[in-house]
Ligand binder design. Sequence first.
Ligand code: PBG
Length: 333
Amino acid sequence: MSIVTSPFPLARSRRLRRTDWLRDMVSENTLAVDDLIWPIFVREGSGIIEPIASMPGVNRLSIDEAVKAANNAAALGIPCIALFPYTEAKDKNPECTEAFNPDNLVNRATRAIKAAVPNIGIMLDVALDPYNSDGHDGLVRDGIILNDETLLALEKQALVQAESGADILGPSDMMDGRIGIIRQALEANDFSDVAIMSYSAKFASAFYGPFRDAVGASGALKGDKKTYQINAANSDEALREVARDISEGADMVMVKPGMPYLDICQRVKSEFNLPVFAYQVSGEYAMIAAAGQNGWIDQEKAMFESLLAFKRAGCDGVLTYFAPEVARLLAEK
Ligand code: PBG
């Protein structure tokens, strides 16, 4: 792009910043409700709305409450929710068998929401960590996270999720070869319409801490996830992951975390012509919500600014815990 400007005072940047309507008229990016995917934590029980200490304003919901939340989200125009199960210790083991139980919590929640709110999309995470007594996204033997054995478990997990009615599967485990295995399994089992949003550029990050509390994985996790998630120092590697996932059958890709990785969002969007999403993860949410609660920043403004940044970086949408608040405020505008 060639940049042509005239010298001052022929050009005055402030002319177009003078009023709200003028700023809106020339704004290059906008945030809309259909850019939002809302991650929701589900738990067992009924009538339960349980606050998560490290994510002020976010709750774990029993299935009946999650149905109400999905209904509200649909009424607000939020296109899609992502469900994450809080798994009790008794349902975790080294084989992660609960992951491929067709009647596990997240599959029951999916069926209940699909029946009650048919016009909202449901995305489910494909990864073993909620069900693993080791807290890892893959099967573990002698302290090693096993790749190929994990793929077989992920394939089974993906099929029960598709069976329960999930519209989008989000493989978030970072094993090599998972997208190909899952795509082929979906094709072979009459689930060819199920979309895959791959967590392709998923970095080993400290910003997932509150999420691991929310799903009950913090206590279980031994060590860190650096042998499978991407090193925060790398950018070319993230592009290779995206390229590979597309070649294996991903329909959409994700960059995660979001705000510390806006450069990756921009590179992915400019290199590949498919939908790109960012996940504004639990730690990013917690920073804004906690500072907001303390009166240290204006939460509402920081929230909008952080989300608009993803659009500016080229993302087509954002997974954010702020989704219902943003949707309400956008509707009032
Ligand atoms: C699990 C998973 C994680 C998140 C989404 N799926 C955590 C992790 O990889 O440890 C993080 C989301 C967030 O922090 O909001 N595979």
